[in-house]
Design a protein around this ligand. Structure first.
Ligand code: ZN
Length: 304
C-alpha cells in the first residue's frame, strides 16, 4: 500500500554530469507507472532494479525533449524483452502522430500492443483501477503541458484482531465487514461495525508538477494533496530566467506547496547552473514552504 516514488532523473534540459533529465517511476502494489521519460530512463530502471515487465503505463507531461526523448528507446527495449499484452502511453495530442512514426521506423516488431492516448490540457481522469486513479491537470509552460495526480482510493476499514477473535468472525464475512457491514452472530445478535473495525489508514496522494511557472490555477488543482513534486529550476538570482522560460523558482515552489496545503514537498528539475550549490534551492524553498523540503536526486526513493 502507499505510493513509492522512484527518482530516475531530476535535472532540467541542459545536460550535466550531475543529473539526468526528467523521469520518475511510481510503484503502487508492484505496478509501475512512469512519469516523463528523459534520455537514460531505461538504464536508470536497470540501475534501480525496476522491472520492465511491471511497466504498463507511461505518462508524458509535455513535448520538450528532456521529458520524452527516452521513450522511443524504452518502447523498443520493451519489445526486445518480449513484453506481451498492452503498454499504454499518455501524451499531449500534438505528439501522438510523430511518436507513432518513430515507433514504426525504429521499433517495428513490437511484441505487445501499444496504445497511445492523446491528452487534452486540463483536468481529466485518465487511468483507474480498483485501488488507484490518475488525473491530469493543466500546467503553465512554454508549450502545452499537464501535471499528473495519483490518488489511492479510500482503503478498507481495518479489522480489530481482538474483536474478530472475541466474536469468532468467520473468514468468509471479513471482506464485507471491512467494507462497513455489521456482523450477525449465530444467535442473531447484531455487532455494529464500529466495534469490529478501526478507521482505515489515510490514502496516499501524489502530484507531479513539471514544467510550469507558478500559477494559482496549478495551486488550486493540487490543493490538499499529500505529497507534491514541484519543479524548482532556479533560485531567486535567476528568477527572470524562470519567468522567461516557463519555469518556477524554488521559492515559488515552496509558496505553491504551502498554499496548496501539501503535507510534503519534493523539489526537482534543477538547472545545471546550481551544481555543487543546490542547497540554495532547498533553503529558498523551505523559507517559503515553512517546513523541511525534500530534494529529488537520481536513485532516491520516497514513500508517500
Ligand atoms: Zn519543458
Amino acid at each position: 500500500m502507499g505510493l513509492e516514488v522512484n527518482i530516475l532523473g531530476c535535472g532540467s534540459a541542459s545536460p550535466s554530469l550531475r543529473h539526468l533529465p526528467s523521469c520518475q517511476v511510481i510503484n503502487h502494489n508492484g505496478n509501475l507507472f512512469m512519469v516523463d521519460c528523459g534520455e537514460g530512463a531505461q538504464l536508470s530502471m536497470r540501475r534501480m532494479g525496476l522491472k520492465f515487465s511491471r511497466l504498463r503505463h507511461i505518462f508524458i507531461s509535455h513535448l520538450h525533449g528532456d521529458h520524452i526523448l527516452g521513450l522511443p528507446g524504452l518502447l523498443s527495449t520493451l519489445a526486445l524483452c518480449e513484453t506481451r499484452g498492452e503498454v499504454h502511453v499518455y501524451m499531449p495530442a500534438e505528439g501522438v502522430e510523430l511518436m507513432r512514426m518513430m515507433i514504426a521506423q525504429f521499433a517495428h516488431s513490437l511484441t505487445y500492443t501499444l496504445e497511445i492516448h492523446p491528452l487534452k490540457i486540463g483536468k481529466a481522469l485518465i487511468y483507474e483501477d480498483k485501488s488507484l486513479t490518475v488525473e491530469t491537470m493543466a500546467l503553465c509552460h512554454a508549450v502545452p503541458a499537464v501535471g499528473f495526480i495519483f490518488r489511492e482510493k479510500p482503503r478498507p476499514r481495518q479489522m480489530r484482531g481482538d474483536m474478530v477473535e472475541f466474536y469468532k468472525v468467520p473468514v468468509s464475512q471479513r471482506a464485507a465487514i471491512k467494507a462497513g457491514a455489521d456482523f450477525v452472530t449465530d444467535d442473531g445478535r447484531v455487532i455494529p461495525n464500529s466495534w469490529l473495525t478501526a478507521d482505515p489508514l489515510p490514502s496516499a496522494s501524489y502530484a507531479y508538477c513539471s514544467d510550469t511557472i507558478y500559477n494559482p490555477g496549478v495551486v488550486q488543482a493540487v490543493a490538499g494533496v499529500g505529497t507534491l513534486y514541484h519543479e524548482a529550476t532556479y533560485a531567486d538570482d535567476k528568477a527572470h530566467l524562470a519567468a522567461q522560460r516557463g519555469h518556477t523558482t524554488a521559492r515559488q515552489a515552496g509558496q505553491a506547496a504551502r498554499e496548496a496545503g501539501a503535507k510534503q514537498l519534493i523539489i526537482g528539475h534543477f538547472s545545471s547552473s546550481y551544481i555543487g550549490k543546490e542547497d540554495v534551492l532547498r533553503t529558498e524553498a523551505e523559507e517559503a514552504y515553512g517546513a523541511p523540503v525534500l530534494m529529488a536526486d537520481e536513485g532516491k526513493v520516497f514513500e508517500v
